[in-house]
Design a protein around this ligand. Structure first.
Ligand SMILES: O=C(O)C[C@H]1C=CC(=O)O1
Ligand SMILES: [Mn+2]
Length: 374
């Protein structure tokens, strides 16, 4: 008899960050994860995660909304269905439910985890097998203070934790940001790659000035300088400067990337399983990028260990990640809800072993951090 999906629980988990994380649109002091626990008729459990940044300040799905969508709309469609038919279930949810990619990503992750546990293989095995078991991971400097950022970066370099850094800018006047970035780059030297993420904060003319200044300061990459829907600005900027652009909010899935590339964009793309609606569709975006000659980067929405592990299984199947990854989410949180945290070393992270995601919930920690009133 086919193994069917018996129950799906979506749990809100709040964990404080190790320091305030300042982005152009919000400052985070706590990260809220939506953890999905999916049980099948044999009692096996699959885990998934949907996590965003700063409530509704980053994207249109909030943690509370994701839980409501899963509980009210998506779970009832999945309960009783064969747990092994992952593609069929994804296609069904695509047809019945518009958008809600973060919620769909958490559910697809849980289905992959379940299937891996059933077959005794990892999620990366299900996706064709890992090409790499150690993936590079950068660190994001976003304390809002230049001296503190430099101190933090030097500590990460000294301990072999990270060698590459992304600076969150865009909230302050342009030249203030440029002076901040130039000071960090100068303090870290030639070995460290310094990139910036503007999170859509500049208009095109500010971006043109900013890119010229940042190029002169030795910055390697500028992420999403202009508003997500202004594809034309990204195309023009990418053709005007040697300094490459990383498209993030502008490109959720393969179709977005195809259109941006067809319009003449050169540069790279930040893949995120959450944006794409799950690991499978995120990898479809990688195929478009490779065919179009665009660089790849493993992106995060600052997920905890479950979402980060799911992303790592997907990125591990790719031959080349031109700009590495930013899968440091668990390190930004003060605590974790898993039994064995990921192993971060040598400027990167190890792909977790074991069936499925290779991640196990710590029940005491989950009980301590889960939101009580929802
Ligand atoms: O890239 C983003 O826009 C979101 C995220 C990734 C790292 C970080 O600090 O914020
Ligand atoms: Mn970004």
């Amino acid at each position: 008899m086919a193994v069917t999906i018996q129950s799906i629980e979506a749990i809100l988990v709040d964990i404080p960050t190790i320091r305030p994380h300042k982005l152009s649109m919000t400052t985070m002091g706590v990260q809220t994860m939506v953890i999905v626990r999916m049980k099948d008729s044999d009692g096996l459990e699959g885990l998934g995660e949907a996590t965003t940044i700063g409530g509704l300040s980053y994207g249109p799905e909030s943690p509370e909304g994701i839980k409501l969508v899963i509980d009210t709309y998506l779970s009832p469609q999945l309960i009783g269905q064969p747990a092994d038919h992952i593609n069929t279930l994804r296609v069904m949810l695509e047809r019945t439910t518009r958008g809600n990619h973060l919620a769909k990503s958490a559910l697809e992750t849980a289905l992959l985890d379940l299937r891996g546990k059933r077959l005794g293989c990892s999620v990366s095995d299900l996706l064709g097998g890992a090409v790499h078991r150690h993936l590079p991971v950068l660190w994001t400097l976003a304390s809002g203070d230049t001296a503190r950022d430099i101190e933090e970066a030097l500590d990460r370099i000294e301990t072999g934790r990270h060698r590459d850094f992304k600076l969150k800018i865009g909230a302050r006047p342009l030249m203030e940001d440029v002076r901040h970035v130039a000071a960090v780059k100068q303090a870290l030297g030639a070995e460290a790659s310094v990139r910036v993420d503007v999170n859509q904060a500049w208009d095109e003319s500010t971006a043109a000035r900013g890119m010229a200044e940042l190029q002169a300061a030795g910055v390697d990459l500028v992420e999403q300088p202009t508003p997500m829907k202004d594809h034309a600005a990204l195309v023009r900027l990418s053709r005007r400067f040697h300094l490459p652009i990383l498209a993030d909010e502008s490109v959720a899935d393969a179709t977005d990337l195809f259109h941006l590339s067809a319009a003449g964009f050169t540069g790279a793309v930040a893949m995120k399983i959450a944006k794409a609606g799950g690991p499978v569709r995120a990898l479809a975006q990688a195929t478009v990028a490779s065919a179009a000659g665009l660089g790849l980067y493993g992106g995060t929405l600052l997920e905890g260990t479950i979402g980060t592990a799911a992303s790592l299984h997907a990125w591990s199947t790719l031959e080349t990640l031109h700009w590495g990854t930013e899968m440091f989410g668990p390190l930004l949180m003060k605590d974790d809800i898993v039994v064995r945290p990921l192993t971060f070393r040598d400027n990167g992270v190890e792909l977790p072993d074991g069936p499925g995601l290779g991640v196990e919930i710590d029940e005491d920690k989950l009980a301590a951090y889960r939101r009580k009133d929802l």
